[in-house]
Ligand binder design. Sequence first.
Ligand code: HEM
Length: 437
Amino acid sequence: MPTENANVPSYETDFAGLEPDEVEGLDSFDHVGAYRKLGPIYSVMFRGEKWICMGGVEANEVAWRNPDMWDYRSALSPFRDVMGEKHVTQMDGKAHRQKRRQLKPGFAMSAIARWIPKIDSIVKESLSAEVGSSSSLADFFMSTLTKANAQTVLQTRLSDEAIKVFIRFEETFIGATVRAEEQRNAFYASEGFLADKRFVFKLLGDLVKQRVAALPKRTDDNFSEVLAMTLEDCGGEMDLQELVSEAYLLLMAGTGNTAKLLNCGLQHILADEFWLSELRNELEGYGPGSFARGMDGFPKLKATVFEIERMFPAAPVLARVVAKPFEFLGHHLEKGDKVLHLQTLPHFLDEVYEEPYRFKPMRWIENKYSKKSQGTFGGSTHICLGMNLARIHMPIVLANVLSGYELEQNSKSEIKVNLNYGVPQVSDISGRFLKRA
Ligand code: HEM
């Protein structure tokens, strides 16, 4: 049973001055303000339950020191409900470590970097097909990156129609993970969602079956590496859904996050004429193979990507359930306690990042920041598996957009920095790409 945590200050009464039956909406907590007033641990009421918030560099240290203190199976059950028992996100302990080992060869930097020229050519092709038409940037980035993943790490071709279904499935699946259980289950059982799910699983299921039937002949892609590792461990008991979930990870997982970061970041870059021209100067020598050995030749672009990650974390807060009791700054957390780990809160503390609400890529060239104050990709054993992919996709897209295009925005949309559970920074920019003279 969760403890009452009686000695933990309350967001509602001790910070916001609300009446006992008044609660904040999911997206309106002022966590930076509460951290300043109440310290790194306090409670909030949401979805009718009490959650313990842990924030700041000290919270990241504790939360990432011992991953076995968290029960991912309980906290991330929606991933199991949709993707199955062997989906990495909701696994714990030894089984999770084995799954990460199986997935690692598919997501390693060297396995991804070999596709850089191909990704670059797909991004170029998509941009040039998009010239002049008015579109939502987040949708455009997400479909371009999904197409790129299909043709590289999964060596398959998806029609534009299929890509639309995959994106709709991913966005609604992930969007619903943060809803209250009853609402979420109803959504996952709805006919529209089930139809998309059948489509996605059938297409990937067929791909997996073809790959397995063709063995020992292997396709030269990342999925083959993962497939080999998983089959080696399964001792002849192949689990089709497990392999479908792995193919899905390579194709889709996190692509919406990358698209959202690009969307928000691009808006800030374009609003800063000085930085835009610095980047364009740096990118004068850019070509398809430029990032093959890393980004050292492009320090300003690299700093820009880090600053986008800092300001617009797509998953700014993570939900956790305590598996093993522990102490945090004198407070006892008991097995079963629900925790919101505010892992990106340090991004908005001025003692860590000076003027935290200003988009200042140069800070990454002038300073070194501790890993404990960077939470965009999470940390410890469950750290984002797709970080390498995102860090290759973002610079390639930015390099192509900034060096080759102007963006005529339909309207100036305001992107507000947001630090709430399940609320990524979104502001859907729509506009037209025009070829630069
Ligand atoms: C900028 C883009 C991205 C951001 C901000 C992001 C963020 C995150 C975060 C915060 C976590 C930790 C979740 C937790 O601890 O509960 C995570 C985990 C994960 N991410 Fe990403 N992600 C991004 C892109 C991607 C991409 C492109 C992929 C795959 C292609 C991906 C696949 C995953 C997977 C599989 C996990 C779960 C790992 C595990 O539980 O062991 N992500 N991501």
